[in-house]
Write a new protein. Sequence first.
Length: 151
Amino acid sequence: MTMKDIVEINRKEIVVDAVLDELDNVTDYISEYLAEMGCSTPMEIKICIACEEIFVNIANYAYKEMGPEVPRLACVSLSRDPSGDNVQITFRDKGIFYNPLAREDPDITLKAEERQIGGLGIFMVKKSMDKVLYERDGDENVLMLIKKVKD
């Protein structure tokens, strides 16, 4: 499945500065959308934790190696699939090219001090979502999280 195969219904979008100070605004926006979908509180928390991980990575790393002339923005869009059972959360940034899905999963059987640094957050996101898709669209990194929120 690719993002071109995804049908988005009831799409909403927020664009914010890609800074940690915007994290609460982003998670509140996502929580409101999930509440409108009738998402349970435990599921909402699970989804928001994954979204927090993605947004924090954008804020901390996407624009780190770019000059000050580049607007440091993050776009978060939310939609439903045609069944209304699945939420689709898409993060877009114009930061450096980075496909987090290309990274090898960490070996979680090793002790923390024996593992390489990095990769645990996206690993957690991949495990907690039903699908995680990435594509480079022109000059944008596009990462979509899909999770069933209704039975």
